[in-house]
Design a protein around this ligand. Structure first.
Ligand SMILES: Nc1ncnc2c1ncn2[C@@H]1O[C@H](COP(=O)(O)OP(=O)(O)O)[C@@H](O)[C@H]1O
Ligand SMILES: [Mg+2]
Length: 228
């Protein structure tokens, strides 16, 4: 099996609304290997969330080449994309995409079940993430930071090959982020996941193998202001 999880070349994506045509991505190229973590930084509105949604098949590029797990994305049917999202690609959305009518424990079991797995370690995951007390609560009974960690537990429980994370520590206070970030990288290392992490958190970004900056519709290696 190839170690390249994602290969994108010249990806373009735009939105149309009644008033305007917005060119967001104008030639994004990227390669992500198994076991590799890449941080994506960039100003608000630069297209970071759009990029993640192209990589998980929720959006379709206007142009460019996208291969996911070695498969040409244009050859993937909706059903095949949906299967990849159930079993191999975990997306951590900014708002923590939990099912509102299920408790946290049941959300975890459900996500694992969709991937064809049984979880036995839901409680352990919650404990490691510091939210053991939320197991029997519903998502609307959680704080933003608890919801974000519960979503992370769901993502780990499905044992994906690829994690696409949109600001996974955005709602966490400093001490909680300190606790959660190492778990993220343990999972990447132990399970040889690939991770693309959109983040404004410098510590999270610095721990990634590479930092890319999305600017004017394209990705380029980030250059630290201190080194330029
Ligand atoms: N569904 C949409 N319809 C129209 N414009 C959108 C839509 N989603 C995002 N945009 C616009 O696309 C640009 C990039 O958005 P987004 O990918 O959310 O940026 P980021 O995640 O970097 O903040 C923004 O100008 C935003 O207003
Ligand atoms: Mg965003």
């Amino acid at each position: 099996m190839s170690d390249i999880l994602i290969r994108a070349q010249g990806l373009c994506c735009s939105y149309d609304n009644s008033r305007e045509h917005i060119n967001v991505l104008q030639g994004v190229s990227l390669e992500l290997q198994r076991g590799e973590s890449v941080a994506v930084i960039g100003p608000s509105g630069s297209g970071k969330s759009t990029l993640l949604n192209l990589l998980n098949g929720l959006l379709v590029p206007d142009n460019g080449l996208l291969e996911v797990f070695g498969r040409d994305s244009t050859q993937l049917t909706e059903a095949q994309w949906a299967e990849l999202r159930r079993t191999r690609i975990a997306t951590l959305f900014q708002d923590g995409n939990l099912i509102p009518t299920l408790t946290v424990s049941r959300n975890i079991a459900f996500r694992a079940g969709l991937a064809g797995l049984q979880t036995h370690d839901g409680d352990t995951l919650l404990e490691q993430l510091g939210i053991a007390e939320t197991a029997h609560r519903y998502p609307d009974q959680l704080s933003g930071g608890q919801r974000q960690r519960a979503a992370l537990a769901c993502a780990f429980a499905m044992q994906p090959d690829l994690i696409l994370a949109d600001e996974p520590t955005g709602s966490l206070d400093y001490a909680t982020a300190e606790r959660v970030v190492p778990l993220f990288f343990d999972a990447i290392r132990e399970r040889k996941l690939g991770a693309l992490i959109v983040t404004h958190n410098p510590e999270l970004a610095q721990r990634c193998d590479r930092i890319l900056e999305l600017q004017e519709g394209a990705l380029s290696p980030w250059v630290s202001p201190a080194s330029s």
